[in-house]
Design a protein around this ligand. Structure first.
Ligand code: IPE
Ligand code: IPE
Ligand code: MG
Length: 249
């Protein structure tokens, strides 16, 4: 099904937006949109397997999303639990590792237990990596990196002079994961909404008007085709990729 493209990203990240508008257009409660969004996540995991994409990051819940009505937040947390329960078998079957980035301590204890358990159970797999951004904020990730670096300086184990880009990168939530090559945002909004601010420095961006629950195989292919046509110059003069896909800092 997946024919050849001249280049395929190593890491694709999605800002999964538009669940609420999808539901509203059907006269349904917002949570129905989130349920349909969870089905889209399942499908997209399959497309990544078909195309041989090794890393998939999904922006599922931002720190700012805590400001939504309590009922919607509770519904999203419940949906997350159901999603993990329904998809754990698939992770094992395809040997996919789960990683979670974000302010874990903000999440309900049951969610933390579940994700910690699935992360541990899949840690040794090599069939790809699914990264869920939960209670995630790029600024908050950078603030916690700064805090941890400051602690090392205060403890005398790190000299301020030796702090480099690599030091900051090493203190992010998932320092071993390569930066996203491609970031796709659905629902037509041209903004990052606090997503992967450090890691997105040289990511290619694709915005599609399609609402997340409607995102399908053809939309995925269109995003990959757009990516394949980009000349990633990384500040150089171009003519082929200056650095291999999955470049990190
Ligand atoms: C994205 O859909 C899902 C989350 C942010 C959790 P939205 O809920 O933001 O949908 P819209 O933007 O209101 O349509
Ligand atoms: C971004 O979507 C966050 C997630 C997809 C989890 P939002 O709907 O929260 O973003 P804004 O409010 O439109 O910027
Ligand atoms: Mg939205």
């Amino acid at each position: 099904m997946a024919e050849k493209l001249p280049k395929i990203p190593l890491h694709v990240a999605f800002i999964m937006d538009g669940n609420g508008r999808w539901a509203r257009a059907r006269g349904l409660p917002r949570l129905k949109g989130h349920e349909a969004g969870a089905d889209a996540v399942r499908r997209v995991m399959g497309y990544c397997r078909d195309w041989g994409i090794r890393y998939l990051t999904l922006y599922a819940f931002s720190t700012e999303n805590w400001s939504r009505p309590a009922l919607e937040v509770a519904g999203l947390m419940k949906l997350l639990m159901v999603f993990l329960r329904n998809n754990e078998r698939e992770l094992h079957e395809h040997r996919v590792r789960l990683r979670v980035i974000g302010r874990r301590a903000d999440l309900p204890a049951a969610v933390v237990r579940q994700i910690t358990r699935v992360e541990a159970a899949t840690a040794g797999y090599d069939g790809g990596t699914l990264i869920l951004a939960l209670s995630y904020s790029g600024r908050s990730e950078l603030a916690q990196a700064a805090r941890r670096i400051a602690e090392e300086v205060a403890a005398g184990t790190l000299k301020p002079d030796s702090i480099s880009e690599a030091t900051v990168a090493a203190h992010l939530y998932a320092p071993d994961i390569p930066d996203p090559d491609l970031i796709v945002r659905t629902s037509g909004e041209f903004r990052l909404s606090n997503f992967l601010l450090w890691q997105a420095a040289y990511s290619e961006l694709v915005v599609t008007p399609v609402l997340w629950p409607d995102f399908g195989a053809d939309d995925f292919r269109a995003a990959l085709e757009a990516y394949a046509e980009r000349d990633r110059r990384f500040g150089g003069i171009g003519g082929g990729d200056a650095l291999p896909e999955g470049r990190n800092t």
